[in-house]
Design a protein around this ligand. Structure first.
Ligand SMILES: *Cc1c(COP(=O)(O)O)cnc(C)c1O
Length: 359
């Protein structure tokens, strides 16, 4: 660290992503999709792409914003795009919060919110989650500052219905509510239509999970035209070309291939149900999840031991050494074949260890 680093960043904890150990592993530690991106993407990338790259693209990204707007029954003025949802979240924090402002989010959630809180020098309140890591919107309704909720939440998988979020949004129209819907396509209902009714709601989504495009870095946010105007304005002062024209083309091609998207999501949901049912049948606690991952609690070994045992067998999962969730292992849902292998391996590792009795 140099002496020049800003005070805000001096004590920063860098986000730890899931390990990337390369080929040979079944990789179920970063909530990536087990399916390849839409085959339609290869077609548009070949076409004209290389020559076009000499030019700056369309600074308003109108083609992509239009397509996203149509999908949600909104207009382009309700959509801002970014280099992944993380970039969008950074833009939101930069645009709407001043140093010393207060925000609230659940104590168990996407760890980046703590990081954003620190890097923008905010006071952040971590509202404790309830039994089974559930979020109760009642806990947020009387808070006089901005609220961020991941819905369904990560890494718990817990989902709040639209009516709960609407209750929170309308309980104080002077409070900004940010809903991160990174996993909404896996069985939840988006609150996106509410942005037509309320001008204090932002809804963030990503192409990284349900559109199998984590490496392409494509995210977007929906909101009232006034909020989106602010976001695009701030973007214009720092980095007006929020994504490359390659990303925009990829995103449009993915949206054009609805059938492939629906099939991938349905297959993932079916595999999640199967995996959950099989584990519960053999006595495991599995938290209900409307995402592409589940939290499971081992029977005999600790979650850390199960994590290590699986890693030895070339299966990567996610263990959090943190109060409230260290008894669980987070396993992203892969293909049915992957999950059969995971099930068999778990049952081999997680066996009753008879205690030695001294005679
Ligand atoms: C994956 C994820 C993101 C980041 O998505 P990117 O588009 O890959 O930056 C944001 N929020 C949550 C809750 C996520 O799980």
């Amino acid at each position: 660290m140099s002496n020049f680093i800003s005070n805000r960043y001096r004590n920063l904890k860098v986000y730890e992503a899931g390990e990337q150990l390369g080929k040979g592993y079944i990789k179920l530690n970063a909530n990536e999709s087990p399916f390849p991106p839409s085959p339609k993407i290869a077609e548009v990338l070949m076409e004209q792409m290389i020559d076009d790259m000499r030019f700056y693209g369309d600074i308003s990204f109108s083609k992509l914003r239009q397509k996203i707007a149509e999908r949600f029954g909104l207009t382009m003025k309700n959509v801002a795009i970014g280099n992944g949802a993380d970039d969008i979240l950074d833009l939101i924090f930069r645009t709407f919060f001043d140093e010393g402002d207060q925000i609230a989010f659940p104590s168990i959630t996407y760890p980046f919110y703590r990081t954003y809180g620190q890097s923008f020098a905010l006071y952040y309140h971590e509202v404790p989650v309830g039994d089974d890591l559930k979020i109760d919107v009642e806990d947020y309704i009387s808070l006089p500052y901005a609220v961020v909720i991941v819905n369904p939440n990560a890494p718990s998988g817990h989902y709040l219905p639209v009516k709960d979020i609407e209750r929170l949004v309308k309980s104080d129209l002077n409070r900004l509510v940010i809903i991160d819907e990174a996993y909404i396509d896996y069985g939840g209902i988006s609150v996106a239509p509410l942005v037509k009714k309320y001008n204090n709601l932002l809804v963030v989504q990503t192409f990284s999970k349900s559109r199998n495009l984590a490496g392409a870095r494509i995210g977007f946010v929906l909101g009232d035209a006034s909020l989106i105007h602010d976001l695009n304005g701030v973007r214009g002062t720092t980095n007006p070309f929020a994504m490359s024209m390659i990303q925009e083309k990829i995103a449009c091609a993915s949206l054009d291939d609805e059938e492939y998207f629906v099939n991938c999501v349905q297959e993932l949901i079916a595999t999640r149900s199967y995996f959950t049912k099989e584990l519960r049948r053999t006595g495991y606690t599995v938290l209900d999840s409307l995402t592409n991952f589940v939290l499971i609690q081992p029977r005999y070994v600790t979650a850390k031991e199960l994590y290590e045992g699986l890693k030895e067998q070339k299966i990567l999962t996610r263990f959090y050494k943190m109060p409230r969730i260290e008894q669980y292992l987070r396993i992203s849902i892969g293909t049915k074949e992957d999950m059969d292998k995971v099930l068999a391996t778990i049952l081999q590792i997680d066996v009753h260890q008879p205690k030695c009795i001294k005679i």
